[in-house]
Structure formats: C-alpha cells, structure tokens
Design a protein around this ligand. Sequence first.
Ligand SMILES: [Zn+2]
Ligand SMILES: [Zn+2]
Ligand SMILES: [Zn+2]
Length: 140
Amino acid sequence: MNDRKILHKSGFKLTLPRKMVLNYLKLGGHFSAKEVYDGLDKALGLTTVYRTLDLLTELGLVKSLFLADGSIRYEYIGDKNHHHHLVCTGCGQICELDGCAIAGLENKIANNTAYQITHHALELYGICPSCQAPKKKIET
Ligand SMILES: [Zn+2]
Ligand SMILES: [Zn+2]
Ligand SMILES: [Zn+2]
C-alpha cells in the first residue's frame, strides 16, 4: 500500500507538507524533528514538522525512536521490516540490526503473563569503532 492510500484510508490527504516530510525521511536514516526542519531548508515551520511527524507516526508510516539521551528520532518504515538499533553514545551514529532477536521471548512472555503484547522497543548502546580509536593528541 502506498503512502497516499494509507493516509486516505484514515481520512487524511497527502498534502505538500506531509509529502515533503515523507520524502525527507525516505532519504533513509533516523532524524530528529529539528533535522527534518533544517533539511527542508525551514520551508515548513517547526510546529508543522512536529505535527506532521506525529500524524505520520500515528498512521504507522513513520516510527519514533526514543533514545536514552531523551531525544526522539523518526524513520520512515513504510517499506521496512521490524528491526532494532545499535546506537553509538560517542557520535550518535545509529546502525540498524536486521530482524528481531527477541520475537521468541515476546511469545514466551505473552504466554506466561496472558498479556496481549502489542509491540516492543529494543535499542542497544555502545561505542562505535571510530569512537574507540584513540584520539589524536592536539599539540600546541
Ligand atoms: Zn561513534
Ligand atoms: Zn531504523
Ligand atoms: Zn523486535
């Protein structure tokens, strides 16, 4: 199903701001609202960017990622499978981890607790290889 259809199904139109935000996210990556705002050369107001991201998240086209540092990143998931992330605490780089290592665990917990588990989030944090490299001393 394409973006337009998903929006229509819920009674929304693919307006220009929505299209612009979607196209930006489709560049691939995990962006903060501010990055989307800057990336679109401030063509949309920051409030519009926030509202648009909220709506697209609600409709399931976009996923929001709540990071341990309190920031929120958004990614287009219209054509992506469920996945997890590895986040570098040094430079903020985000790697995608294919597949789901805890699908089995989720089933087990659902069975044990009689919960109907709707979703889960799992982000791993660490230090990427380039942040591990010893910093060059700056001699003055
Ligand atoms: Zn790093
Ligand atoms: Zn991702
Ligand atoms: Zn998973």
